[in-house]
Design a binder for this molecule. Structure first.
Ligand SMILES: Cc1ncc(C[n+]2csc(CCOP(=O)(O)OP(=O)(O)O)c2C)c(N)n1
Ligand SMILES: [Mg+2]
Length: 571
């Protein structure tokens, strides 16, 4: 370790604790200075963001990709307020992020010190846990409590408030040293009782038409392999929610793809949702049964009995009364498979072949219905064609990240995941615009060897352009596909459907995104002809160099959401 003025301080003690929890990088902008200096001296890399919203989202993307905890740091006051949006996304999407936020000096609290703000109140609504450390002797306790809160139970964001003077003060000799590494998630893998698992197994064995609906909890728990085994052994058809996409291979004959609000004409769900509507048993796993995951809570049939596996007991039974299987998804699915060993699965085996045929017909109909757009040679370019060009690259070990709005929907509805456990990172916790690019930078920081492709709309990307400079400076090369349709697409279309008109905010002035990228030193290309997409993707993905691909897309294109179904049927 390099000699530093921070040695022997609370700041250095915290940096040491971060090292113990396996923290290799902090998303920060030099503050709290004492802590970042100490961390850098201990070899923890600072990924210096340009703006705190983005730093929080980078830590989120890092946590989603690495299986470790994302750590973000910020100044008190205005900088702290900018962490609220990324925390809110992490809270809804169950992502463990630990924030180290500076607070004013202890003896300056509550007297209008510069940038003093009630940060406990600020973070209470958007974190799982927030505490202010005031006693130097307790600092290890608090760091460990923060990591435990973030990674245990339902994971989520936490904030540790660190008064500036406390960080500079000497660390007193504490009691027995702490040695645990709490920097992975899920921290504890719990599972339901054998009795409840056996009841669930018997229901699965005896149901006439059971289906599984798998959510993002599968990815959080690393449960994809267990789910794939259950799918195969019990012959269960599997749908996923948006966040669960890739939980199973979408090429498995029992995989019916993403269900949710993508059920309009020319979607897979348009055909596949009938399988859900006929179900007499629905096995929910790792899903909060939210509005988008259930198409306005319309998809799970009222007559079906429900088994719900989730780490959060308050999500089980929230919208559908269920046999409660509260536990970690991986552990619970493994235990459920063991319980199924003693059940007679003859019914499942007998129904499997016709079921597979039916699911194959859903995919076939979908491919036929979308063919014109998927293979389009038109200019401006159809976003479906961009997805058709991206699809072959999924055979490689790449990460796909999308921003909110239509970018998420094109990714989730048009790509087909070739393997169980493939991660599609989307900000579906709150569906906020601007998350796509920083999530991608976080994912790249977590796994530098894996190519990362970020798909963003022109509206959403404008929230995060400034981080192009971060990408270049920190050497986090991402292939950015900007779908430039010149408008706030979803906004215009949703208003048109609901009001028959839309406001003056929806059309942008012209923006040259390729020039923006170049101004930051990032190579770029603007594409008007769909024939040029393939070479650009090859250059970006194989080159492991940053590349912004601006695709001039058709402003009239929208994904087949249920909201537009009537309009699309009439078209
Ligand atoms: C932070 C935030 N602000 C506003 C919205 C509301 N909103 C949802 S989609 C959308 C339009 C997005 O436009 P763009 O990013 O260009 O994507 P497009 O739909 O055109 O593909 C808006 C304004 C939101 N989801 N998040
Ligand atoms: Mg747009």
């Amino acid at each position: 370790m390099k000699e530093t003025s921070m040695m022997g301080t609370v700041a250095d003690r915290i940096a040491e604790a971060l090292g113990r929890h396996g923290v290799e990088m902090i998303f920060a902008q030099s503050l709290p200075s004492a802590l970042i200096l100490a961390a850098e001296a201990r070899g923890i890399r600072q990924i210096a963001y340009r703006q705190e919203n983005m730093g929080g989202a980078m830590a989120d993307g890092y946590a989603r990709s690495s299986g470790k905890v994302g750590v973000v740091a910020a100044q008190n006051g205005p900088a702290a307020t900018l962490l609220v949006p990324p925390f809110a996304e992490c809270l809804k999407a169950s992502i463990p992020v630990v924030a180290m936020v500076q607070d004013v000096e202890r003896d300056q609290t509550d007297r209008n010190a510069f940038q003093d703000f009630d940060q406990i109140a600020l973070f209470q609504s958007c974190t799982k846990w927030v505490r202010r450390v005031t006693v130097a002797e307790r600092v290890d306790d608090y760091v460990d409590a923060a990591f435990t809160a973030a990674t245990s139970g339902r994971p989520g964001p936490v904030a540790l408030l660190l008064p500036a003077d406390l960080l500079r003060s000497p660390t007193p000799v504490a009691g027995a040293p702490r040695i645990s590494n709490l920097g992975r998630w899920p921290l504890d893998r719990t599972r339901p009782s054998d009795h409840d698992l056996q009841t669930a197994a018997e229901r699965i064995a005896n149901a006439r038409s059971p289906v599984v609906l798998a959510g993002g909890g599968i990815h959080c728990a690393g449960a994809a392999e267990e789910l794939a085994r259950l799918q195969d052994e019990a012959g269960l058809p599997v749908f996923t929610t948006n966040m669960g996409k890739g939980a199973v291979s979408e090429f498995h004959p029992l995989s019916a793809g993403v269900l949710g609000s993508l059920v309009g004409p020319r979607s897979l769900g348009f055909y596949s949702h009938e399988l859900m509507s006929e179900a007499d048993l629905v096995v929910l796993v790792g899903t909060r049964t939210n509005q988008n995951g259930t198409d306005n809570w319309r998809q799970i049939p009222a007559k079906a009995s429900v088994i719900h596996i989730d780490i959060d007991p308050t999500e089980v039974g929230r919208n559908y009364e269920a046999l409660r299987l509260v536990g970690d998804a991986r552990e619970t699915l493994a235990a459920l498979r063991r319980s199924l060993e003693s059940c007679d699965l003859a019914l499942r085996r007998n129904l499997r072949a016709p079921l597979e045929e039916r699911i194959a017909s859903f995919w076939r109909h979908f491919d036929e219905a979308r063919h014109t757009q998927y293979a389009s040679v038109d200019s401006p370019i159809r976003p479906e064609r961009v997805m058709a060009e991206l699809q072959p690259w999924l055979q490689r070990d790449i990460a796909i990240v999308a921003d909110a709005s239509y970018s998420s929907m094109w990714i989730l509805g048009q790509l087909r995941a070739p393997r169980a456990g493939m991660r599609f990172i989307t900000p579906r916790g709150l569906a906020g615009l601007g998350w796509g690019f920083p999530l991608a930078l976080g994912a790249k920081a977590a796994e530098p060897q894996r190519p990362v492709v970020a798909v963003v709309g022109d509206g959403g990307f404008a929230h995060s352009w400034a981080e192009l400079e971060t990408m270049m400076r920190m050497r986090l090369p991402v292939t950015i596909i900007v779908l430039n349709n010149g408008i706030l697409g979803f906004q215009r279309d949703a208003e048109t459907v609901k009001f028959g008109q839309y406001t003056s905010a929806c059309h942008f002035a012209e923006v040259d995104h390729a020039a923006l990228a170049k101004a930051c030193g990032c190579p770029s290309i603007r594409i008007n002809d769909p024939a040029a997409i393939a070479a650009a993707l090859k250059r970006g993905i194989e080159g492991n160099e940053p590349l912004l691909i601006e695709v001039m897309t058709d402003p009239e294109a929208h994904p087949p959401l249920s909201l537009f179904a009537e309009m699309d049927r009439a078209a």
